[in-house]
Design a protein around this ligand. Structure first.
Ligand code: SF4
Ligand code: SF4
Length: 313
């Protein structure tokens, strides 16, 4: 079936088949850019050529995948002057991650924003933030048109205001996935929506499709100070990104798949952030969903976020 870039494909599930990425990306490239790409590749070194011809992450298996991870580890270690690991820890069976945020506790301090930047190797210059904290007036309630993302965080919480942190909502029906023309973004079995940056062609269809403004495009080469670079990375998460690709929150995939909390949960000084397995009836997130007044952002769009807001009181 022929696909038009940015057009949602109603016949594609949010988890495309293993081979979808390869055929569609090659087909997409065939549509116009092959000559330019060949010219560019002729002038590249062996490592760049190897990266260009790399398979889709889900097609890479066994020794082939190991070779790719080792190449990336070598490249990052050389660039940042320390040993960097790139894991491919898979989703565990019986796990569907979910997040809950207590609006009655959040004070808008933005510590989560900066902990996320550090943990996930986001660019410092230009600044890239995966979390945006919005300041809203209590009197007006959740009126996103009136929200202020640029409030002065030294004076929080401000009288008469409350705070709404927003990042990727890890939708069960992710619009971003269905518009990607090359299958570079998909939903993992544990519910985390990921991007293979080596497969992303930077068309930004997903950026336009996300109703939460959760995706970031690297207009410039990201810059991370060598001393602050987090060397504990995952292929689908916080490994350093490149110019011209899209990135976003992955619930700290490199942490949560090893049984740790996301960095934002750990750093929050008022315990507003909760995280766990939605399939586990004894988890804290399940308790919150079953016992608190919860709501979803833009619920009417039927994106079915796995990010729940609630009032803890
Ligand atoms: S919030 Fe946006 S980026 Fe995240 S899964 Fe939903 S549509 Fe995709
Ligand atoms: S920018 Fe990348 S991930 Fe987003 S739709 Fe285009 S190819 Fe897919």
């Amino acid at each position: 079936m022929k696909r038009t870039p940015c057009a949602p494909d109603s016949q594609r599930s949010s988890t495309p088949p293993e081979t979808a990425g390869t055929s569609t990306r090659r087909g997409f490239l065939k549509q116009g850019a092959v000559a330019a790409a060949l010219g560019f590749l002729a002038s590249c070194d062996a490592a760049t050529r190897e990266a260009f011809f790399q398979k889709h992450f889900r097609e890479l298996k066994g020794p082939e995948r190991k070779k790719v991870l080792e190449r990336l580890e070598r490249e990052y270690s050389r660039e940042y002057g320390k040993p960097v690991t790139v894991a491919d820890t898979p989703a565990a069976e019986g796990v569907l991650f979910g997040y809950a945020l207590d609006l009655s506790r959040c004070i808008g301090c933005r510590r989560c924003v900066y902990a996320c930047v550090k943990e996930n190797n986001q660019s410092r210059d230009p600044q890239v933030h995966w979390i945006t904290v919005l300041e809203l007036e209590k009197e007006k309630g959740i009126d996103l048109a009136e929200a202020d993302a640029y409030y002065d965080a030294k004076q929080v919480p401000r009288e008469g205001h409350f705070y709404l942190p927003v990042a990727c909502q890890q939708c069960r029906r992710p619009q971003c996935v269905s518009v990607c023309p090359v299958g570079a973004t998909w939903q993992e079995p544990d519910g985390i929506v990921v991007v293979d940056q080596n497969w992303c062609i930077g068309c930004r269809c997903c950026v336009a499709a996300c109703p939460y403004g959760a995706r970031r495009f690297n207009w410039a080469a990201p810059s991370i100070p060598k001393g602050e670079m987090n060397p504990d990375t995952h292929y689908l998460g916080n490994r350093p990104r490149m110019k011209g690709v899209v990135e976003k929150c992955t619930f700290c995939i490199q942490r949560v798949r090893k049984g740790r909390y996301p960095a934002c949960v750990e750093v929050c000084p008022v315990g507003a952030r909760k995280f766990g397995n939605l399939l586990d009836p004894s988890s804290e997130v399940r308790y919150i969903i079953e016992n608190k007044r919860i709501f979803l952002l833009k619920e009417d769009l039927n994106t079915q976020p796995k990010f729940f807001y609630f009032y803890g009181v």
